[in-house]
Each structure stands twice: as structure tokens, then as C-alpha cells.
Design a protein around this ligand. Structure first.
Ligand SMILES: [Ca+2]
Ligand SMILES: [Ca+2]
Length: 135
């Protein structure tokens, strides 16, 4: 498991705990299904990844419709968008997406919450999480 390092001063973190507003984070990334499949002569592994997106702030993340979250799977650089509606304070929503991956490969999955930055948050620097999976 690798988490992208965020450079941020302790001062900012202290101040942010007192701020009012939504704050989206990616809590975890995991895989929920896996199957091997022969695609022509190429063997691929279909994997569904899931991630938790939580509003750790104290105000609703009001998407005014839908907000976009993004999966990026390297090294194949597969990109998928997942949309959710509003996320309430303390609420975690699970988003998931299936990918056709090369088998026996180390994949780095990066999930970015509120990819279009539609939601003004008390902390915009904690919206991304990366984890590695050997598929
Ligand atoms: Ca955030
Ligand atoms: Ca944002």
C-alpha cells in the first residue's frame, strides 16, 4: 500500500480542523472481483476496484447534480470516471469500476475525489490516494 505524500505544514492542518465546510477524502482502495479471461490469444484479468470516498468535513458536499471521481490504473494508464451525488458529513460512498488488466503485473491504482474540483473544501490536498495491487 502506497499513499501519495502530501506536503502540508502542521499549522495548516491545525487551522483546518476548525474550519467549516466539506472535506472529501479517499479512505481506501480495494478489489472486489477478479476473473481470468481469454481475449483472443491474450489472457487478461478483469478486476473490479472499489474505493471509499468520505466527507470528513462538517458541511454537505453539495454536487449540485453529480461530482466526478477518477480511477487511474498504471502502468496501462487506464482511466475511468465514476459519478456520485451529494455526500453528507460523515458519509462514505463506495465507487467501483472494472478494468481489463495484464495478468501478473503490479498495478498502481490512484483514485481522485472531486476530480473537477466542483466542491470547495477545507482541504483540497487530501483528495487522492494510491495503492498497489499485484494482479
Ligand atoms: Ca479534501
Ligand atoms: Ca474540491
Amino acid at each position: 500500500m502506497i499513499e501519495i505524500s502530501i506536503s502540508q505544514s502542521l499549522n495548516n492542518q491545525t487551522n483546518q480542523t476548525n474550519q467549516t465546510g466539506p472535506d472529501l477524502i479517499v479512505t481506501d482502495i480495494w478489489f472486489i472481483a477478479q476473473s481470468n479471461q481469454t481475449n483472443g490469444t491474450t489472457n487478461v484479468t478483469n478486476v473490479t476496484f472499489a474505493a471509499g470516498i468520505k466527507n470528513v468535513g462538517n458541511v454537505i458536499a453539495d454536487a449540485d447534480g453529480l461530482m466526478r471521481h477518477r480511477f487511474l490504473v498504471a502502468p496501462q494508464n487506464l482511466i475511468a470516471n465514476v459519478f456520485t451525488g451529494d455526500i453528507f458529513p460523515g458519509q462514505t460512498v463506495t465507487v467501483s469500476m472494472a478494468f481489463a488488466l495484464n495478468p501478473i503485473q503490479l498495478n498502481t491504482v490512484t483514485v481522485t475525489a472531486d476530480f473537477d474540483n466542483e466542491i470547495p473544501e477545507t482541504n483540497e490536498n487530501n483528495n487522492q490516494l494510491s495503492e498497489q495491487f499485484l494482479i
